[in-house]
Design a protein around this ligand. Structure first.
Ligand code: UDP
Length: 242
């Protein structure tokens, strides 16, 4: 497998073509952004940690039958993925009140929800990724009824698996964002795409409540690198550099 030209550069990752039109390389950068790019910084070796953490989580989900775009880890910063057309809807799954939902509804962070909440955000940087409802997704054709139904069911399955996985390593899975894509060349097949990592999740230590995720960067709490590496360490994925 041969690495070819760069196709896309996002805030945290770079995508490269390969000699196989159905496969891409996803490269994880150390760049960190928050508040839709307003706050910028670098977190040393974040790309390495996120690559390893995301790869492991995708492997766990694949093993329980969730279709994923992840194929395999290539090195410390790169993974081979299947090419997808990203569905322009971010799904946020919430198990505990935090972040934008706490602000929007005037709630204190930390309240356990009686059941998970699924929210949809329209992927549009110029609009700051607005919160949308199910009907927006369908009526504007961002996803079909079948796709959306499958995504909702799959999110609930993923949530059950991830809550249990993180609880087992002493971490409370507060909330996180998922993205899905349509497989290139396979009509009608949707898979979990992008990444699941401390950049895209709120992860709190189960006993102390300490934040082990990007909120340390967003809220200037310090110990950002250490928090990301602690998640990797508990997951048993450590790199040569950490
Ligand atoms: N999230 C993300 N990318 C986004 C927006 C949110 O990964 O563009 C994640 C975020 O890390 C958190 C969850 O989704 O784990 C919910 O985020 P929230 O809506 O609370 O927004 P925030 O307060 O983080 O901006």
């Amino acid at each position: 497998m041969e690495k070819r030209e760069q196709l896309y550069e996002g805030k945290a990752k770079v995508i490269f073509a390969t000699d196989n039109p159905d496969l891409l390389i996803q490269y994880f950068k150390d760049d960190a952004t928050a508040f839709n790019g307003v706050k910028k910084g670098t977190i040393t070796d974040k790309g390495v940690v996120n690559n390893l953490v995301a790869g492991k989580l995708m492997t766990i989900l694949d093993a329980v039958g969730i279709p994923v775009h992840f194929v395999r880890q290539l090195n410390d910063r790169e993974q081979l993925i299947r090419r997808v057309e990203i569905i322009p809807v971010e799904v946020v799954i919430r198990n505990v009140v935090a972040g934008s939902m706490a602000r929007r509804l005037g709630l204190d962070e930390g309240q356990q929800l009686p059941r998970p909440i699924l929210e949809f955000y329209y992927k549009a940087d110029a609009l700051d990724d607005p919160l949308v409802i199910r009907d927006h997704v369908l009526v504007f054709g961002w996803a079909t009824e079948d796709e959306l139904h499958w995504i909702e069911t799959t999110c609930r399955r993923i949530n059950d698996v991830l809550i249990a996985f993180f609880a087992n390593i002493g971490i409370r899975l507060v909330d996180y964002k998922l993205e899905f894509g349509r497989l290139h060349g396979e009509v009608g097949k949707v898979v979990l795409a992008d990444e699941i990592s401390p950049d895209t999740c709120r992860l709190w230590d189960l006993t102390t409540g300490e934040k082990l995720d990007k909120d340390r960067f967003r809220r200037d709490l310090g110990g950002v690198v250490e928090a990301y590496q602690e998640v990797a360490r508990r997951m048993g994925v450590t790199s040569k550099t950490s």
